[in-house]
Ligand binder design. Structure first.
Ligand SMILES: CCCCCCCCCCC/C=C/C(=O)SCCNC(=O)CCNC(=O)[C@H](O)C(C)(C)COP(=O)(O)OP(=O)(O)OC[C@H]1O[C@@H](n2cnc3c(N)ncnc32)[C@H](O)[C@@H]1OP(=O)(O)O
Length: 294
């Protein structure tokens, strides 16, 4: 019998439930996952109640089924820690926050895995967007497509200055950002800017992202984490209950919309991605990424 998503989550939680506390760790800092080969590195500072989640899938932190699953499990675990109040999402590879979804999950896919991949992304998005935690994205590098989406699920975005770009560029790959990607963008930058950005597949520079409100702050790369930590202190001055209810009122309807159409959205995704023309577009885009190096 197929396991429900929450059953799979519980199985995953029990598999990685042991908290690892390396001898060298400060006593206030608990590591949920610190092994260098973990795809997601998570630690919780018991003094501040702030967790840090680092994407750790070099070279570009592209999101495959395993990374999405690990993130979901880690977030679920943090949210059940009653003393955890905030989370900073960042990357262990300065220069790349996240290259978005792993295109290899969508190219020549096996249908069962493709369905599971999309469902896991949906679940992660719902958890992140509706999280009881105050969440801040410390965007320390490029953040296209799914990377931009991840940062948009946070309550506040701080990006590193430099040549990095951010945006929902799906149309450049010949694919379409689904309604819940679009909703998240509309809720952040407004309808008109979303129309322009998504149709053109705009990748914004940090300066332009700041102008349209896609990010909240642009700071030098070495200041990204300390700015995130400083900002988090402000968010945590607000009583949790009041902040969480306010967030729920503002974001709940958007989360509910996906929850109500989740199965249909998976069917749409699978039908769309497995079309010959879409597979051709993905192949061309992958070749373009490889050619770029030569
Ligand atoms: C009716 C409507 C129905 C709607 C149905 C739904 C439709 C589908 C919706 C799907 C939504 C998709 C969301 C996505 O996130 S798609 C992914 C988009 N991502 C990108 O476009 C980013 C691509 N990558 C880059 O631009 C650069 O890699 C980057 C700027 C991030 C870093 O550049 P850098 O020069 O540092 O690194 P390289 O380009 O050399 O990359 C290193 C290797 O990594 C591979 N790579 C990069 N990105 C990806 C990726 N996203 N997935 C898989 N692999 C990736 C790259 O090819 C290099 O590989 P090799 O070393 O083997 O050459």
């Amino acid at each position: 019998m197929a396991l429900s998503f929450s059953a799979k989550l519980m199985r995953g939680v029990s598999r990685c439930a042991a908290l690892v506390t390396p001898k060298t760790a400060p006593t206030s800092c608990r590591y949920f996952s610190s092994a260098e080969n973990s795809r997601v590195l998570v630690n919780l500072n018991d003094k501040t109640g702030v967790a840090t989640m680092q994407l750790n899938r070099p070279p570009v932190n592209s999101l495959n089924l395993e990374v999405l699953t690990d993130m979901t499990i880690a977030l679920d675990k943090l949210q059940t820690e009653k003393d955890c109040r905030g989370m900073i999402l960042t990357s262990s590879s300065p220069g790349i926050f996240c290259a978005g979804l792993d295109i290899m999950e969508m190219y020549n896919p096996q249908e069962d895995r493709l369905r599971e991949f999309w469902r896991t992304l949906q679940e992660l998005w719902k958890m992140m967007y509706g999280s009881r935690l105050a969440t801040i994205a410390a965007i320390n590098g490029h953040s296209p497509a799914g990377g931009c989406l991840l940062s948009l699920t946070c309550d506040y975005r701080i990006m590193a200055q430099g040549k990095f770009t951010i945006g929902l560029n799906e149309t450049l790959l010949g694919i379409v950002a689904p309604f819940w990607f679009q909703d998240t963008m509309v809720n952040t930058v407004g309808h008109r800017e979303t129309e322009r950005a998504l149709q053109l597949g705009l990748l914004y520079s940090g300066e332009n992202a700041l102008k349209v409100g896609l990010i909240d702050e642009l700071v030098s790369p070495e200041k990204v984490m300390e700015t995130a930590e400083g900002q988090m202190q402000m968010w945590l001055k607000i009583p949790d209950f009041a902040r969480q209810l306010t967030k729920e009122q503002l974001r709940g309807p958007t989360v509910q919309k996906l929850a109500q159409h989740q199965e249909a959205d998976i069917d749409h995704f699978v039908n769309f991605i497995t079309k010959k023309a879409i597979q051709k577009s993905l192949e061309m885009y992958l070749n373009m990424l490889k050619q770029k190096k030569k």
